[in-house]
Design a protein around this ligand. Sequence first.
Ligand SMILES: [Zn+2]
Length: 184
Amino acid sequence: MRLSSLFFTFGIVLSPVVAAQQHVHDQGQLLISQEGSNWHLEFILPAVNVFGFEHRPETKSQIQAVELFRDLLNFPSHIVSLGQKCKSTVISEQLSSLLSNKRLTTDEHEHEHEHEHEHEKSKVESHQDVKFGYEFKCHNQIENIQVELFPHLKNLRSLAVMWITETSQGATELTPEIYKFEIK
Ligand SMILES: [Zn+2]
C-alpha cells in the first residue's frame, strides 16, 4: 500500500448519537457497498471502544489516544483487507477536527456541578460514535474480507457487517475470534 497514492479528506467532529441511531457499547457496524471496481467501507464504532471515552479529548493521554488512532487509520492494511489486488484510494475520517475545534456541538461537560441525576442525563446525551471510511479499487472479484481492526480496539465484542454488491446483499457478525467472512 503506497501512502503517496492516498487522498485524505477531513470531515467534521465526532457525531453525537441521535435517537434513531444504534449505539451499543462494545458493538460496532461495518457498511460495505460496491460500484463496479470501487468498494466503499464505512466503520461506525462507539467512541468508548476506540478511545476509552466519549467526549472531546482533554488530558494529554486522551489527546494521544486520538492521535494514535488517527495515525493508525492511515494504514488501511491494519484496518481491513480485501485482498492483494485492491488498492485503497480514499480515507475519510472525522478525528482531526476533534483535536483542533474549540467546542463540541454537545454540552456534556456543563453539568459537572449539578445533581447526580442530571449528571446521569448528560452522560446519556454525550454518547459519541467514531466514523471512518475507505474506498478501495479492486481489479478482481472479492471473495473474502478480513477485518484487522479488533486488536486495536478496546473490548469491541462484535461488528455487525452489512454489504450490498452488484450481485448480492447480506449481513454477518464478526468478533475478535472470527474476523473474516466470505462475500458472494
Ligand atoms: Zn456511548
